[in-house]
Design a protein around this ligand. Structure first.
Ligand SMILES: CC(C)(COP(=O)(O)OP(=O)(O)OC[C@H]1O[C@@H](n2cnc3c(N)ncnc32)[C@H](O)[C@@H]1OP(=O)(O)O)[C@@H](O)C(=O)NCCC(=O)NCCS
Length: 186
């Protein structure tokens, strides 16, 4: 369990899948968060994927349900976790009704804290549609900075769109006061 200011991040359980599927299998969510073609994905496929991953957990990913007041609002996590270069990527998606209420930036801060504090990462990065001001705004508020613009990187709704490459480094996170190191001697 990871506590944010308003969100709680916990492991995904099989019984979460119907609600996560309902929240995230939404065209408006999918076009913003999926890098590939948009296909309808059944709940049965969510469950089959969950079962496969439960039987053979991936070591380079860590996904959580994002909860507010005991209800799932979305999911988020870290992937491509690379312990040699100490870097990983961050992904997040909330159900549409939960957008724009500050939950995303809280969950992103919590994931970043987990990456630096518990996984010893040095860099967390992501790619986001340049024309999605809500997502870019949430990442900026959580301390991410733009480090590049990938021109015409993704095909979304009939045309190519630019994406921003954003990242936060351990030094930057420490200087924001988000880190809470244990007092010396503990
Ligand atoms: C991206 C996402 C996780 C962000 O979470 P969120 O809870 O909606 O965002 P927040 O409310 O925490 O932060 C948005 C910030 O952007 C700012 N912002 C700037 N322009 C905005 C706009 N046009 N519309 C909404 N917010 C805007 C807001 O003001 C807010 O900052 P604030 O705290 O100063 O008000 C969520 O919107 C989502 O799941 N979207 C669909 C999937 C997706 O895009 N995933 C990311 C793929 S990279």
């Amino acid at each position: 369990m990871l506590n944010g200011e308003r969100v709680l991040l916990r492991p995904i359980a099989r019984q979460d899948l119907p609600e996560i599927w309902r929240l995230l299998e939404d065209l408006e969510v999918a076009v913003r968060s999926d890098a590939g073609p948009i296909h309808p994905v059944s709940l049965a496929r969510y469950e089959a994927r969950f079962d496969r991953e439960a039987a053979d957990p991936s070591k380079d990913e860590a996904w959580f349900v994002i909860e507010v007041d005991g209800r799932a609002i979305g999911q988020g996590g870290l992937y491509r976790i690379d312990h040699f270069n100490r870097r990983c990527e961050l992904g997040i998606a909330l159900g549409r009704v939960h957008w724009g209420k500050g939950f995303g930036q809280d969950a992103v801060r919590t994931l970043v804290g987990y990456a630096f504090e518990y996984l010893s990462m040095n860099r967390v990065s992501l790619q986001v549609l340049a024309e999605d001001p809500r997502a870019v705004g949430a990442y900026r508020k959580a301390g991410f900075v733009e480090e590049g613009r990938l021109r015409q990187q993704g095909w979304v709704r009939g045309r190519f769109h630019d994406e921003l490459l954003m990242s936060i480094l351990r030094d930057e996170w420490e200087s924001t006061g988000e880190s809470h190191p244990e007092p010396a001697g503990n």
